[in-house]
Ligand binder design. Sequence first.
Ligand code: ZN
Length: 300
Amino acid sequence: MRVRVLGTAAGGGVPQWNCACHGCAAARAHPSWRRLHASIAIEASPGRWYVVNATPDIAEQIEANPDLHPGPERRRTPVAGVVLTDAELDHTLGLPRLREARDLRVVATGTVRDALARGLRMDRVLAPYTSLTWSDLPEDEPVPLDGAGGVAIRAVRVSGKRPRYAADLDLPDGAWSVALHVTDRRSGASLVYAPALAGWPSGLGRALSAADCVIVDGTFWDDDEPRRSGFTDRTATAMGHLPISGPGGTAARLAALPAARRLYTHLNNTNPLVDPGHDGHRTLAGMGIEVASEGQVIDL
Ligand SMILES: [Zn+2]
């Protein structure tokens, strides 16, 4: 199973259009600091890829990765569909950018589908352009992506955190945010992709312990970072993102996993790790942890 990292930033990307913080200003000056919104692509069967989360950068992400380019026929694309881990704007606004597709397969939990239909009117808005073909992503049940015997994904509930636009929607509490446990049934290798970790529920812990590679939420370096940066008075944890370092940080938990590869993604523009030279990279490397980079290929 081949996985490509398409983007590694939290909402807004790095740089964020209206921000002149240290990280964003440096990203304008130094291309190596720039990060697109967090996303990966999974090759479900030879030449057929599923993009996990449709970010506002999705068209640029497809262009930046030749495996995802169309051809040889004019309108033939290796992008077989999109899998959503949640209904956040940064993970779904890319769907309208794919409206040139004749049809588009979207795999998501019922909760996420309902939020997009009722909160964003996504089906209705896109109906004149393309047809969204929804595939259900039930919790804790492997779903073959491209036929039995190949790659299967399993949704593991991470939290009931709703997008802000869905706060008042009359929808039940449910699988608002899931991690994906991706298994290649041919090799037995597996990956857990969890770009938003509001907590560490036992089901997630089991999936992480069984995976050969984990790519998880690295939005904030420490819990006080959002407050210190001055853009909010909430902590990282209160914003729905367990921090990397400090008490309760995820780095120590990742280091204890048996996985051969452990990576952070979804970095906020305030995270000191957006600086490629920051000491935190060496600290994490010493714990066997990497920060994912765009274009990175992971073969499992
Ligand atoms: Zn910034």
